[in-house]
Design a protein around this ligand. Structure first.
Ligand SMILES: [Fe+2]
Ligand SMILES: [Fe+2]
Length: 237
């Protein structure tokens, strides 16, 4: 069964550990992709163990952007797995390569790129910040349609969704990740929540979407709102 497991989030269900940050695991029949790594190695370790995941089976690591709450869990993974490909925004590649063993292949991303048969990077988009200046997001082709995973959505979640739809050529199935609305006023959150309806059937806002943002999305999207918190498993077929 193909599915998406939320490994790391500001909130958690059952006995999973909550902490500010984001990480999710895409389990496909032919490959396993780790999207971001959360903030703390020990929290990532705890939640991965709770799920019963074998970290040595991760083939690919996708780092959305070079922020501590998305890269911090990497040391844990390196302890358990020395052979994987790491996809990161091109400008951040040298900094990562310095700290990686030779067996880890660092793949710099600039333009939209197929990173495997069913996974595509949106290509880097500007964050409007000095560092990290770029962020990319992950598109995965599933039996339900295209899944879009976002880290913090610093380039803007609507802009990212728009780009993903252009790449895919059709409406998305689900968007999961941080929408970066935790400092936004209600009017702005409502505007974004309405605009996103043009691009996807379901949404699962979490992480830096913020408590209020998640609450408003829930009200506006109703049965098209999907909960995402550490410990949640979303079937992809
Ligand atoms: Fe973040
Ligand atoms: Fe960030």
């Amino acid at each position: 069964m193909e599915n998406l497991k939320i490994l790391y989030d500001n909130t958690a269900v059952n006995d999973f550990a909550p902490d500010w940050g984001f990480s999710a695991l895409v389990e496909l029949s032919e490959e396993t992709i780790l999207f971001d790594t959360g903030a703390k190695p020990e929290v990532l370790a705890e939640n991965i163990e709770r799920f019963g995941i074998d970290p040595s089976e991760i083939d690919t690591v996708f780092i959305s952007h070079n922020h501590w709450d998305h890269t911090g869990g990497l040391p844990y993974l390196l302890e358990k797995n020395r052979i994987f490909e790491l996809f990161i925004p091109e400008p951040d590649c040298p900094e990562f390569e310095e700290n990686l063993p030779e067996s880890v292949v660092c793949v710099p991303i600039s333009a939209p790129t197929y990173i495997s048969e069913r996974a595509i990077s949106t290509g880097i988009m500007t964050t409007g910040m000095e560092k990290p200046a770029y962020e990319h997001s992950l598109i995965v082709s599933t039996a339900e349609g295209f899944l879009l995973l976002t880290g913090c959505s610093h380039p803007g979640i609507v802009e990212i969704a728009k780009k993903a739809v252009t790449i895919c050529g059709e409406e998305l199935f689900l968007i999961v990740g941080g929408f970066h609305l935790y400092k936004s006023a209600d009017e702005r959150i409502i505007e974004v929540a309405e605009e996103l309806k043009r691009f996807t059937r379901f949404v699962a806002p979490c992480h830096c979407t913020g408590e209020r943002g998640i609450e408003l999305f829930k009200e506006i999207w109703r049965d098209r709102f999907v909960e995402a918190a550490a410990g949640v498993e979303i079937p992809l077929e």
